[in-house]
Every structure is written in C-alpha cells, then in structure tokens.
Design a protein around this ligand. Sequence first.
Ligand SMILES: [Zn+2]
Ligand SMILES: [Zn+2]
Length: 426
Amino acid sequence: MHLAMDLHSHSGYAGGVGSMSFEDIERNMPCKGISVVGTGDCLHPLWRKTLENTLRDCGTGLYEYREGSPLSYLLQTEIIFTADIGARRKGVHVVLFFPSFEAIDAVTDLFSRWGVKNTVGRPFVTCADPQEVGERIAAMYAADDGIEVVPAHVMTPEGVFGSKAPVDTLSGFFGEAAERMPIIETGLSADPLVLSLVPELDGRTFISNSDAHSAALHRMGREFTSVTCPRSYDAILSALRHNRVDATGEFHPSEGRYFLTGHRASRAGHDGRSCVYGPGRAPSDRRCPICGKQLTIGVLERALDLSRIQGDERAMEDMRAVTPFYHMVPLVEVIARARGIASCSSAKVLLAYHAITSVVPECALWGLSSGRIASRLAGVADENVVRAIIDVREGRFSFEPPGYDGEYGELSIGDARDCRDICICH
Ligand SMILES: [Zn+2]
Ligand SMILES: [Zn+2]
C-alpha cells in the first residue's frame, strides 16, 4: 500500500499560532493525499487524554478519528533535549514516535524520574552533557523497542547541526545513541541534496514532515514522506528504519528561513540594511560588515563546513539525492500566485484547489510528469494555473531573496534562479 505521511505536527498545547482540529485534518488531508499524520504533543497530559478519548485504536499501532476514514494517526511528539556543550547550553529538537499509549506511559514514567516538567506541548529534557542525552535516549528505546527517536529539522538553529553552540557530529550531542538513530528529518530548511553534503548522514533515512501547528492547506502536508507498506505502525517504522522510502516532498530549502548566510535588516545597528551571502561569499572572518557581529551561517554553508570538519570534504557539485524527492510549493499558494489573488485561503483559490484535487491529490500531483499534469488538469483548472503548476514541477521557481537569518524569501514562479553566488549588502 502506498502511504504519504506527515509525521510531525503540533497541537494547540505547543505554543505558537494555530490549533489542531480533527475536523479540519479529516477534511483537508484526503485532498492532499496524505494518509498518515502525526498526532503531535502526545506526551502532554491533556492532549494525550483528548487523543485517547477521540481516536479509535485500529489494532495496528495506528488510530483513526472516524471509522473507515482514509486517514490514520500515529502517536507522535516533539521534545527538546538540552545539554552543556563546552561552556554553552544547547537545545536540540527531536521527534518521537510511539507504538501505543502504553509506550507513552513508559516514557512519561521516565520523565517523572528525570524531573521533566510535562506541562508544555514540547517538554524540555534537561541533561548534563551529551553522554547523559545518549543514556536517556537509550532508556527510551529500552522502555519499548517500538519507540523511535528522530533528530528534527537537523539544520535549523534548533536542530542538532544548528548554529547555536554548534556540534560537528551527531554523537557530539546525542552521545552513544547517535549510532542507534537511523532516521533524520530534513526540515523546511534542508532537503536530501543539502544533507548529502554531510558525510555522517550517508546511509541514514531522510524523512520530511511539515512541523505544522494547523491543518490549513498550506501548513499540514506541506512536506511529506511516502512509503509502500501495509498500513501499520510496525510496517511503517520498519520501512523508515531500513531506508525504504519511496520519495519525499520538500519545501525548496531556499524558502527556509536559514538557507543562506547573512544578517536581516531588523537587527540592532542595521538601520534597515541587510546582507546575504551564498557559500564562500561572506567576508572571510564571517563577521557582518554592517554591525560587526558574527553572521548567522546559512544551512548550505554549514553543510559544506560539516563535510570538511568530518574529514570528507564535499562541494555543491557533489550533492546527490539517494532517495527521490520533489521540490514543491503548497498548491493553494501556486493557485493564488497564478490567479493574482493575495490570500491563499480565498474562496476562489479553494474552489480551484478542490477542482484539481478531486482529479489528483496534491501530493501525487508533484510526482506526475508535466505532460500528465497537463492532460489530467485539462478543463479542470485554468491555463495560468496549469502553467504555474508545471513551472513548479520543473523547478522554475525561486525565492527572492532566498531565506536567511530568520527571513522568508518571496515566491516567484516562472524562472529558476541559482542563488548560490549571491553576495548582497545594502
Ligand atoms: Zn522543532
Ligand atoms: Zn549585522
């Protein structure tokens, strides 16, 4: 069975904007073609109770909201490990998958033994050092071998390779547990090409998830992972642990907020001026020419640095994706852009969206050839929209400027732009 999955979500208990409604998820995910979603925040006592009272146990390690729904739920949360790295404190996000509510209980018991406050959607597990992080991950695996621990959005500032109190290897933060972690989440700021620069990740499974805080059509399912296996927790986990992923759907990393190196205009001392650099283009001391502070190193530059530090120097020309993947833009955004409509949740956009996804679900759309897209959507969507979808499918889109230092780029459809040589300071 072909399953498109989005296994990292958040409930309303995780802070931030939005809240998760099962009715919205049930309505929107079938249009997307997503068949398994992560519940988010399943260790939070109130959300856990909601899940237990609302979802039906399918007896497969997965859960459903409505009998016969095309959508299954996988018990999932994100937690934050913190540990001292030298003189600094580092926090790293990881995603946890659970095969059952009993497995959740087992980890909840460990948390109370460790003094973890479980009152936020994304609890902090405070550790002394990487060795203790490793021991605690090992304890979770030992509590139930169906539990999986996945480093989340590894290249963002809150990911293991992020720029805050940097570590240069997985074991530099996860200790001995690094050996036991076969799955890596690419996150919005990286894709399998970028991660192929990091030698230590060779052979690990790359998965892509939305990290969504709402079930809106441009949030949940904006990234996904597809596998072919029976619809059960064990089968899904086995496919992920053994790198049997069919494909991932990825945000273009240049849209991620940390793709290139730079300083945004709103920083102190910048007076509305900004600077942004492709790899190797920043001043050699990597200090900002405007404020003099250390620049925020972008994901691409950081991945190249890691290849050198890990002793197997790679260049951008060496980027290779082992698993097929698609770069995509949420379809509602493509439609809005093609029709010149400002809001991607306007009635006109939604009408066009539902017409298209009644013919081919959104996730499947990005896997079709341009010719197939044109023939399937003939008479279903207007010409501008079809052309924009094909442009995105063929990579003719870019973000101006690409994301850097927490700023999103602005989508432009119709031409591709190589942003790797960018060097702007104004
Ligand atoms: Zn996170
Ligand atoms: Zn600056």
